[in-house]
Design a protein around this ligand. Structure first.
Ligand SMILES: C[S@@+](CC[C@H](N)C(=O)[O-])C[C@H]1O[C@@H](n2cnc3c(N)ncnc32)[C@H](O)[C@@H]1O
Length: 283
């Protein structure tokens, strides 16, 4: 009897492991448009591959000092990274002398970020927190919040976007700033996909491209040299829509950059970076 029970426990635990290594977009992946989905998308095996996809060194070269300069120019020191992922920006900012809290809703991502930082002799201060109820888990007020790597796009529902932005707003000091970046979905929706592949997804062995795009869904496929494939179902944010939402939750000014440049002349950057300020001009 005891043997049978332990066999069952073994089978369940191996099923559990397998489940953790298989993404689950349901029977109809194109209908899978739920904010909660990110938890099933960033499964352990995809998290393990994430750094192959983003390639830290190439990314550091392509972004340069962009975010550090923005924060320093505005005299911001205490930063909350709400989409830590595997820790790239948290580590960059710690190395540059900022005081960083690293949050993410996904436990596997946060664990990987912690491990990555340890290999660089850094200790991350991590908090598992979903943006929709961020202030339940994250204490204190910050000079700046960063939500980078095309993360905000994971919110499929407008109410969730408004809620998350309101939580970010509340976690900032009176003169705090919020930095959100996003893919140039306008270009993808209006003209189809063409990426210079210079930013973020810098690993040259990995393909990252949309498999399906409509007004409510951009489903991207990530293919790795070992033959493994993963998908992310995301909401295609138009630039003006993101800016409008930021203003509607109370941010006073929103400045948008393209492809990590102070000024962008290229008509179609791959990425937009929005910097939103909370401070009222007459404060
Ligand atoms: C595309 S990854 C980017 C990670 C990292 N910033 C980078 O650039 O490599 C998106 C991250 O956002 C997190 N995320 C998505 N939706 C979230 C939510 N509602 N609350 C908290 N974290 C969320 C995911 O767990 C994931 O780590």
């Amino acid at each position: 009897m005891q043997g049978t029970v332990s066999k069952c426990v073994e089978t369940l635990s191996s099923m559990n492991k397998q489940f953790k290594n298989i993404q689950n977009h349901g029977e109809h992946p194109l209908k899978s448009r739920d904010t909660e989905l990110y938890q099933q998308e960033y499964i352990q095996s995809f998290v393990e591959k994430w750094d192959e996809l983003i390639d830290w060194d190439a990314r550091a070269d392509s972004e340069g000092q962009f975010f550090i300069d923005i924060l320093k120019a505005r005299d911001k020191q205490k930063v909350l990274d709400v989409a830590t992922g595997t820790g790239f920006h948290s580590v960059q900012l710690l190395n540059a002398g900022f005081e960083v809290t690293s949050a993410d809703g996904n436990a596997a991502m946060l664990t990987k970020a912690f491990e990555n930082a340890r290999t660089k002799n850094l200790m991350l201060h991590t908090v598992q927190a979903d943006w929709r109820w961020l202030n339940k888990d994250v204490n204190g007020k910050f000079d700046a919040i960063i939500c980078l790597g095309n993360s905000f796009t994971h919110l499929h529902d407008e109410m969730d976007r408004r809620r998350a932005l309101a939580e970010f707003y509340a976690a900032l000091k009176w003169d705090g700033i919020l930095i959100i970046d996003q893919r140039n979905y306008d270009a993808i929706l209006d003209h189809g996909f063409s990426s210079k592949h210079k930013y973020y997804y810098c690993g040259d062995q990995v393909t990252a491209e949309p498999e399906h795009v409509d007004d409510g869904l951009a489903r991207f496929r990530y293919a790795f040299p070992d033959g493994s494939e993963y998908h992310l179902n995301m909401f295609p944010l138009r630039k003006s829509y993101t800016r409008k939402l930021m203003k509607e939750v109370g941010f006073q000014r929103v400045k948008t950059f393209g492809d990590f440049q102070e000024t962008y002349e290229e008509k179609n950057p791959d990425f937009f970076i929005h910097v939103a300020e909370k401070k009222h001009t007459n404060a």
